[in-house]
Every structure is written in structure tokens, then in C-alpha cells.
Design a protein around this ligand. Structure first.
Ligand SMILES: NC(=O)C1=CN([C@@H]2O[C@H](COP(=O)(O)OP(=O)(O)OC[C@H]3O[C@@H](n4cnc5c(N)ncnc54)[C@H](OP(=O)(O)O)[C@@H]3O)[C@@H](O)[C@H]2O)[C@@H](O)CC1
Ligand SMILES: Nc1ncnc2c1ncn2[C@@H]1O[C@H](COP(=O)(O)OP(=O)(O)O)[C@@H](O)[C@H]1O
Ligand SMILES: [K+]
Length: 562
């Protein structure tokens, strides 16, 4: 599991060492890691180190100090080094080291921004050391102009020092302009803003350099599940399991207008391990569901027992003033009441988001995209006389609004996007980013909803207990449903990347890929014979061979530690 921290958490962890006079040592470790990352990246691109040119954009604080010390180290390896000092002052010792290593420094001013941009853009590498965790707001004046120009000139390689300047280390919110980095070398702890959009988009590959404060860091502000976590958390049946004990999911989805969402979500749930799926909806939709998933059980009256519910895919939003007008929405309301009384987990998607009560339990998982979250929050805010929230608001502050929705409603909130955030009402957040933009295709969210519903049914009975797999990973009881939703987001993203392989994909292709993304199959850490149960052995054998020939791409593989 990857842990990320706010800038303040990292600074507080540094403080005792600064107080005992070890600040210079920390900075040397950071600078060493930064210089090494520049060298590695140039080598990876087939560039010679000796004689190649690097420019450091250096602000007045310690972030600028890191960059200047790193550039001094690069100068001593024979690189041609230039510093563009973006403020009227620079870290004195670092600047002295840089100059004595043979570096050349220019002071940035409005008059020379264009000239320096052209000079710098042709270099083999640029180090962005203008602002770090001490920033208030974004780049201003000539520094903003220089970075805007550089953005247009598309430099060969940008390495951000600690965080791309202009990205908020705590939230990932962005103050434009920001120079997009190919690599961000971050110190002591990964900053939360590197794992939340829009900041994540500007960070490139993130590399963590340990500087000796890691043991002082508090509980993470943001978590990301990795492949071994999935292996531990993805359910697989025990020898004595039967279909009811494996988890039965009830699905209220689809409408005359959108039958496909019911088809996809039921098929997804059925393909991802639920012991049984019970479907509730109009007869015409049920026929489509059965045509694709004959193993689903269509319920005409009150359904048999279930462990969890999925409500809402393909159900239109309630009409204002007539929330009960629709047959499916009535079912959703009735089911919500019954589920609350029974303490059952519920995945709430699409139209069902419009009929939620004011307070929900944490084991109800809401799955909005940015537009749906904006509408959800706006309904609640305007009812209290507060300002509405727009889709753009959510897009520019997804971490903030996901957290707000979770704390305000009491539910767990999975906010879909390029990076999917899952906020627990406790304030903890998971961030998963294994997907591909090709996942932005109709029906892809329905597949996610079915997958998450299926997991919820499988987790409902015992997985959340203190002797279950979530506890074994150290996940606090109040955050276990958020972790469950993060498992679904991660599997969905991995399946999408595999199904796409760099090209377009359909929700159907994603569905075909999902069972194959089941970690037990890829890693072999569990009995394969268990995983094979109920699947076509010839196809399974072909998949295994294929895995051996082409090991699965490491998901979340944009992070590394040195
Ligand atoms: N502590 C350590 O020993 C270690 C620290 N480390 C490194 O230090 C970084 C944090 O350093 P930091 O605290 O000096 O802040 P930093 O981000 O460089 O910049 C703040 C400076 O810029 C200014 N400023 C603020 N906003 C501004 C704006 N919008 N536009 C323009 N200027 C602005 C502000 O000055 P002010 O305006 O307040 O006078 C302030 O002087 C951290 O990210 C990591 O890289 C590592 O080396 C490990 C060891
Ligand atoms: N740019 C993107 N990069 C990666 N994943 C994305 C991107 N855009 C959307 N997705 C993912 O695709 C899915 C889309 O869901 P949703 O918008 O509900 O689609 P639909 O309602 O058509 O099924 C979500 O899981 C989301 O995280
Ligand atoms: K920076």
C-alpha cells in the first residue's frame, strides 16, 4: 500500500531534525536523490551525462535550495548547468555551491523571461525547483510567464523537485500555470497532491527519496492499494462455500430508456464472484438481462435473501417534485429502507443518488462521476440555503468535494475519474489510478457498479471483521468499506488498461477482461484450482499461458522508491 502525506505532515516530521541542526543533511539527501533521478532519466533516454545541459528554475526557499545543490552535483559530473533564479533571493549556501561547481546563474525579470525560456527549452533537462511545500498559491509575475512560455516550447525532460510548482501538496489543486513534469522526485513522504487530480496529471512518474524522516510520519492522509493488497483483499471461495455463503447481490437497475445499464451491471456482478445475482426491474429489461446473463435470478415480488444491494445504474434521476413517479425509483426507496433496517451494504449509483436520505451509513457506497457529485452536493446545499456546486468545481477540487460529500452524508463516496478517489466519512481517502482514458466510454461505470456490488456481497458477512483481510492490512474498521471500493476501482482500472492495450475499448471488452484481472490468477499465490471453479478450463489454460508469455503490466506502476 502506498501512503501519501500532506506538506504539513512532512514538514512536521522534519521539524525535530531541523531543530537539532540536521536541516543541511536532509537537504543534501534530497539533492542527491534529485540529481540521481535526473541522471537515471537521461540515461534511460539514451543521453550522455557529460556535456549535456540542465537548467534549474530555483525559487527563494528550500525547494530552490534542493534544486541548486542537485545542479551543483550534476555540474561536478560534467553537465553544463544554468540556474534561473526566479526570486530576488536564493538559498545562500546552495547558490554558493552551485556557482563554485561552475554553474551559471541568471536572475529572472519580466524583460528577460522570453529570452530565458528559449535558452532553457533547448536543454536536455529542466529541474523545476521554484515552489515546494512552503508555497502559498501558485507562480506569479515573471516566473508564471517563464513557465507559460516553456509549456508551449515543450522541453525535452522536466523533473519536478518535491512537487510541480503550482500544485498544492495537500490537495492536488492546481494554480496555473504549471510546468508538466515527466518525473517528480519527492522527499521524505509522497505528497497527497501527487495522487489526486488535477495535480497527479502534472506529476508524471513519482519517485520517492528517503531522507531519514519516514519513521516520524503520522498516519497517511491518502492511501493507494497496490497489487499485493489486491491479492490479499480480493475474495476467493473456501472449499466449503456454497452460492449463498459466497454472497448474493440484489440489483435494482435499468429502465425502459436505459436497459443496457442493467444488462452490464448484472453481467459484471455475475462475472466477478458473487454467488448469485437477483435482479429487480421492469419485465422488458429483465428479458434483456436474462438474454445476456441467464444465471441471474429475476425477482417478481419481494426478493429472496441478499447480502448486499446495487441500486441505480440506468435509472433516470428523479423528476423534481415527483421523486416517486418512477417504478424503479420506488423500488430503490423501499430497498434503501429495508437495507438500512437490515444493516446491509448498498452501492448507490446514478438515479439512486437522487433519493438518498440526509444521513447514510458508512457501508453505503455512493459512486458518482464529477457531474453526479456536483448535482448530489447541490441538492443538499441548496436545501440548506448554501451555494450550488458545479461540475467544474468538482473537477478542480475532487479531493475536497469527495471528502465533503462523505462527511456530509455519512456514506462512503467513490468519485470516478482518471484518478478515482474513495472518501470514507472518517476523512480517510483511497486514490486509485490504474485506468486509461479509454475507460471514458458509455457503460464503463455500470461495469464498475456491478463489480463493486459483487464485492460488497462477498465482503458483507465476515471480511470486515477484526480477523478479516482488511484488518490484517491495518485498515481501520471505519475505513474498510472505502478500501473495498478502492479494490473495485483498482480492478476496474487494471481491466480497462488491459482491455484497451492503448486503443479503444467497449464496456463489453472490459467485462471480458475483468475475471482475468482477478489477482489470484495472475500471481498464483492462491490455489488456482479454486479460482478455476465454474470457468471454462480451456480458456483458463490459454489465459495462464498468455500471462506467462506477457506478465500483467504493473498497475499503479508510476511510483517507485529509492
Ligand atoms: N526543511 C528542510 O530542511 C528540507 C526541506 N526540503 C525542501 O524544502 C521545501 C520546502 O521549503 P520552504 O519551506 O522553504 O518552502 P518552498 O516551497 O521552497 O517555497 C517557499 C518560499 O517561496 C516563497 N513563496 C511562497 N509562495 C510563493 C509564491 N506563490 N510565489 C513566489 N514565492 C512564494 C516564500 O517566501 P515568502 O513569500 O513567504 O517571503 C518561501 O520563501 C520542500 O518542498 C522540499 O523541497 C527538503 O530539502 C528536505 C529538507
Ligand atoms: N480519463 C479517464 N481516465 C481513466 N478512467 C476514466 C477516465 N474517465 C472516466 N474513467 C473511468 O470510466 C468510468 C466511467 O464511468 P461513468 O462516467 O459512470 O460511465 P457510464 O455512466 O457511461 O457507465 C469510471 O470508472 C471512471 O473512473
Ligand atoms: K517544485
Amino acid at each position: 500500500m502506498i501512503s501519501a502525506f500532506t506538506g504539513t505532515q512532512v514538514r512536521e516530521a522534519e521539524q525535530p531534525l531541523l531543530d537539532s541542526g540536521e536541516g543541511a543533511v536532509l537537504m543534501q539527501r534530497a539533492a542527491h536523490g534529485l540529481a540521481a533521478a535526473v541522471v537515471r532519466e537521461l540515461q534511460r533516454r539514451g543521453r550522455r551525462i557529460y556535456g549535456s545541459a540542465v537548467t534549474v528554475l530555483a525559487g527563494k526557499g528550500n525547494n530552490g535550495g534542493d534544486g541548486l545543490f542537485a545542479a551543483a552535483k550534476l555540474a561536478s559530473r560534467g553537465m553544463r548547468t544554468t540556474a534561473v533564479l526566479t526570486a530576488d533571493a536564493a538559498h545562500p549556501e546552495a547558490l554558493a555551491a552551485f556557482l563554485s561547481a561552475g554553474g551559471r546563474a541568471h536572475r529572472l525579470a519580466p524583460e528577460n523571461a522570453e529570452e530565458l525560456a528559449v535558452l532553457t527549452a533547448g536543454d536536455d533537462a529542466i529541474i523545476d525547483s521554484v515552489l515546494g511545500t512552503g508555497a502559498r498559491g501558485g507562480l506569479r509575475g515573471a516566473a508564471a510567464e517563464l513557465v507559460s512560455l516553456l509549456q508551449e516550447l515543450r522541453p525535452a525532460l522536466v523533473v519536478a523537485c518535491d512537487i510541480p510548482s503550482g500544485v498544492d501538496a495537500d490537495t492536488g489543486e492546481v494554480h496555473w500555470p504549471v510546468l508538466p513534469a515527466d518525473v517528480t522526485v519527492t522527499f521524505g513522504g509522497i505528497k497527497a497532491g501527487l495522487l489526486a487530480d488535477p495535480g497527479e496529471e502534472y506529476a508524471g512518474r513519482v519517485e520517492l527519496v528517503r531522507i531519514g524522516i519516514e519513521h516520524r510520519l503520522p498516519a497517511a492522509s491518502l492511501l493507494r492499494l497496490e497489487a499485493p493488497d489486491l491479492t490479499a483483499l480480493v475474495p476467493s471461495p473456501g472449499r466449503r462455500d456454497h452460492k449463498y455463503s459466497r454472497g448474493v447481490l440484489g440489483v435494482v437497475a435499468g429502465s425502459e430508456r436505459y436497459p443496457g445499464a442493467a444488462v452490464l451491471s448484472v453481467q459484471s456482478a455475475s462475472a466477478t464472484g458473487a454467488g448469485m445475482v437477483r435482479y429487480l426491474g421492469p419485465g422488458s429489461v429483465a428479458r434483456h438481462v436474462l438474454a445476456r446473463t441467464p444465471e441471474a435470478v429475476v425477482e417478481e415480488g419481494s426478493p429472496g435473501r441478499v447480502q448486499a444491494w446495487l441500486l441505480g445504474p440506468g435509472i433516470p434521476d428523479p423528476e423534481p417534485g415527483e421523486p416517486d413517479g418512477d417504478e424503479q425509483l420506488r423500488r430503490v426507496r423501499d430497498t434503501l429502507e429495508a437495507a438500512r433496517a437490515a444493516g446491509q451494504p448498498v452501492v448507490v449509483d446514478a438515479g439512486a443518488l437522487g433519493v438518498l436520505p440526509a444521513r447514510c451509513p458508512a457501508h453505503w457506497i455512493l459512486t458518482p462521476h464529477a457531474g453526479e457529485l456536483a448535482a448530489f452536493l447541490s441538492r443538499r446545499h441548496t436545501a440548506r440555503g448554501e451555494a450550488a456546486v458545479t461540475r467544474d468545481d468538482v473537477g478542480s477540487r475532487p479531493l475536497h468535494f469527495a471528502r465533503l460529500a462523505a462527511t456530509d452524508s455519512g456514506a462512503t463516496v467513490l468519485l470516478k475519474g482518471a484518478t478515482t478517489l474513495v472518501a470514507s466519512p472518517s476523512g480517510a481517502v483511497f486514490s486509485q489510478s490504474e485506468g486509461t482514458p479509454w475507460l471514458a466510454t458509455a457503460g464503463s461505470g455500470d461495469v464498475l457498479a456491478g463489480l463493486l456490488g459483487s464485492l460488497a456481497a462477498q465482503y458483507a458477512e465476515t471480511a470486515m471483521d477484526d480477523d478479516g483481510p482488511f484488518a490484517a492490512l491495518g485498515i481501520a474498521p471505519e475505513d474498510r468499506w472505502a478500501a473495498a471500493a478502492a479494490v473495485a476501482a483498482s480492478l476496474h482500472g487494471r481491466a480497462g488498461s488491459r482491455a484497451s492495450d492503448g486503443g479503444p475499448l467497449t464496456a463489453r471488452a472490459l467485462l471480458r477482461e475483468l475475471p482475468e484481472r482477478w489477482p489470484a490468477w495472475g500471481t498464483g499465490t492462491r490455489s488456482r484450482s479454486v479460482s478455476m471453479t465454474g470457468r471454462d478450463p480451456i480458456r483458463h489454460a490459454a489465459v495462464l499461458l498468455w500471462h506467462i508469455a506477457a506478465p500483467p503490466r504493473a498497475g499503479g506502476g508510476t511510483l517507485s522508491a529509492t
